[in-house]
Design a protein around this ligand. Sequence first.
Ligand code: 76R
Length: 249
Amino acid sequence: MSEPTQTIEGWYALHDFRTIDWHAWKAASEEIRADALRELTAYTEKYRADDQNRTGGFGVYTIAGHKADLLFVHFRSTVSDLMDSETEFDKTSFATFTKKPYSYLSIVELSSYLSKPDIAPEDDPQLLPRLRPQLSEMMPHICFYPMNKRRSGNDNWFMLSMEERVQLMRSHGMIGRKYAGRVTQIITGSAGLDDWEWGVTLYANDPLEFKKLVYEMRFDEVSARYGEFGVFYVGHVVNDQELVDFLQL
Ligand code: 76R
């Protein structure tokens, strides 16, 4: 058996995607819509405060295309806290106008591939903000997709030796670092938690950076030979006023 990679885990993550039933929303009375918006913003204000206080991570995004209209990203220390956040939203009157086209459960994961040899990763003060990300600090555009590392025939990532994986990840990291300051990645592990092995959440000021980075990585062996990708979701962050404006008829 190959040696499993050591990982450090941070907060659990729930990517909670919603579509809006515009037909029902438009058919609702002004009073019902006003109540729904009030409950929605009470909900988001509460979780935004947790993000500010660093007791949890939270962000609200509008999503391009047919796959979803809204994305709520929650980071919390336990799965049951995440489930409570989800249920609390479901109980708002605004949720009556939404459906869940997709969701993703995972946990922030830092792998030891490129960690400094003589420092225990837990003792590295730079690691905490990466393990417990503050989403209000992130750049405005978001790109989320789940992925696997291939396990078929000769292309089986999990059968490679540790040395081979370290070498391949070095090249992956080198491409990634070219985008330092322009793209931030949050890698969340989801083996045993959801349908894919990792969630990839990227942030950038300019969504073109997502295309450039993901395209460049496709030529790198880790992605070219071993990467298998799920559905891509792209959008941008909204504050409470922008969220209300988005829903205003
Ligand atoms: O954490 C680090 O900075 C060390 C280097 C590093 C690791 C260990 C790193 C750097 N990544 C790591 C792990 Mn990554 N990453 C992806 C994708 O679309 C694709 O082709 C793949 C999706 C992107 C775009 C990306 C970006 N990375 C991982 C893992 C876990 C693998 C495992 O354990 O086997 C996955 C699934 C993954 C996927 N990577 C970087 C980036 C970027 C931009 C960087 C450098 C910047 C940074 O350090 O944040």
